[in-house]
Design a protein around this ligand. Structure first.
Ligand code: NAD
Ligand code: USQ
Length: 398
């Protein structure tokens, strides 16, 4: 299959590109390297020493004989080049990772809020309209988020895979209707993903586009078999207060003896998936696209759920580091239940990596190995959801 991977230089996109190339697909990465530029803006680097994209691709070619193409293109700003690329390459499928993906970054300033909406919504819309304009039958697989559903809206009721059946009162009695699950985003970033959903629904209905939306939980872990082949292929590992996600942050903090930065009570329950399963899920989604004329196919891309304080206690027990309960910089429920339906991927053959198997390996092989690259002044989260919210104190590393 010929596949365009949009955002293929990023944390999820890079290992996915290698995995798809490894199993024989013809992969071209499209990325404007904006994520690397944001690192410069934030004055922080991936904990792991990621190499320039050209070197990454040359190493992959030298090791495997497989060629991955690369096009430096801004999906939001360079529509004509995007349409021309799709017409020229005639891909069978597009995997769309190319968005600004950090909730704290999206809340840090007016400029960051505007950038996140402009970048994400325009990028997604440009991809859809370019596929329609090309006249080609290209399947689109998009990386969405569990955060579109919000947390706790339906209590302990399981969150369905995308759609909810509701009873609509009419003069003639109630009728059943299937609707997109109500959107309840918790950040400007998450809001852009709920807007993406409407764009997908429209183009699937109006133009018969075949779209799959993967509502992914928080990705943890770093390496896949392909990124581990050579240090020059290593994947990105974000640990800073804006881009670092909670479990990888705890693992890195444990490796350097930094108190674990739990926000609030830590009663927030979230969904998780290992990066090795992300790449498998994308493969499965590519192999099982919807038919033309079908509604958007939604998968909940999640393998387990945990409360933040339970994760902190688990990591503390494994490593001996202490847990710090900090003022929560976000507007979010202190405690929530989370029960997620996730039968589809398992039925299609996903064999998940659970925390119980991967945690120690991650601390040993990644967080401890590269801990000297950490800048401890970047660890505590500084982006607050509302003006005037309390900012956490600096935590001193013992
Ligand atoms: P990332 O920031 O590491 O990668 C995104 C890539 O897209 C970057 O390389 C960036 O340069 C590129 N990009 C952004 N805007 C672009 C544009 N306008 N044109 C071209 N390229 C552009 O993020 P990630 O963690 O790999 O996430 C990938 C996708 O998966 C995102 O859409 C994110 O919302 C989703 N997701 C991520 C997680 C997670 O925990 N990392 C969880 C759920 C969903
Ligand atoms: N948290 C802490 N301490 C920290 C960091 C985070 O307690 O040091 C808490 C947050 O307050 C939040 C939870 O942990 O309650 C998760 O935060 P996160 O930064 O790990 O995840 P989030 O902001 O939700 O975003 C990440 C990715 C995003 C993806 C989303 C999936 O950055 O791209 O969409 O996970 S989900 O959360 O399922 O919507």
């Amino acid at each position: 299959m010929k596949v365009l991977v949009l955002g293929g230089d990023g944390f999820c996109g890079w290992p996915t590109s290698l995995h798809l190339s490894d199993i024989g697909h013809d992969v071209t990465i499209v990325d404007n390297l904006s994520r690397r530029k944001i690192d410069l803006e934030l004055e922080v680097e991936s904990l792991t020493p990621i190499r320039p994209v050209g070197e990454r691709l040359a190493v992959w070619r030298a090791l495997t004989g497989k060629e991955i193409g690369f096009v430096n293109l801004d999906l939001a700003e360079e529509y004509d080049r995007l349409e021309a690329l799709i017409r020229a390459l005639e891909p069978d499928a597009i995997v769309h990772f190319g968005e600004q993906r950090a909730a704290p970054y999206s809340m840090r300033s007016v400029a960051a809020k505007r950038y996140t909406v402009d970048n994400n919504v325009r990028a997604t819309h440009n991809v859809l309209v370019a596929v329609v304009a090309s006249g080609l039958d290209v399947a689109v697989v998009h990386l969405g988020t569990m955060g579109v559903y919000g947390y706790g809206w339906s209590g302990s009721a399981p969150i369905p895979e995308g759609y909810l059946t509701v009873k609509v009162p009419t003069p003639d009695g109630e009728i059943d209707r299937e609707i997109l699950h109500p959107a309840n985003p918790g950040s400007v970033y998450h809001m852009t993903k709920t807007l993406d959903q409407l764009l997908f629904a429209f183009y699937a209905k109006n133009d018969g586009l075949r779209v799959t939306d993967l509502h992914q939980g928080i990705v943890w872990g770093t390496q896949t078999p392909q990124t581990a082949l050579d240090e020059r292929l290593i994947n990105r590992f974000d640990y800073d207060g804006d881009y670092g996600t909670v479990l990888n942050r705890f693992l890195m903090q444990a490796a350097i003896g930094h108190p674990l930065t739990v926000h609030g009570t830590g009663g927030q329950t979230r969904a998780f998936i290992h990066i090795r399963d992300t790449v498998r899920c994308v493969q499965i989604a590519l192999e099982n696209p919807p038919a033309r004329g079908d509604k958007v196919k939604v998968f909940n891309q999640v393998t387990e759920t945990h409360r933040v304080r339970d994760l902190a206690e688990l990591v503390a027990k494994l490593t001996g580091v202490e847990v710090a309960y900090l003022p929560n910089p976000r507007v979010e429920a202190d405690e929530n239940e989370l029960n997620v339906e996730r039968a589809q991927f398992v039925a299609l053959g996903l064999d998940p990596t659970f925390l119980s198997e991967g945690l120690l390996e991650e601390v040993r092989d990644v967080a401890s190995r590269y801990k000297d690259r950490a800048d401890t002044s970047k660890i505590v989260a500084r982006s607050v959801w509302r003006k005037g919210m309390e900012v956490a104190p600096d935590l001193v590393v013992r």
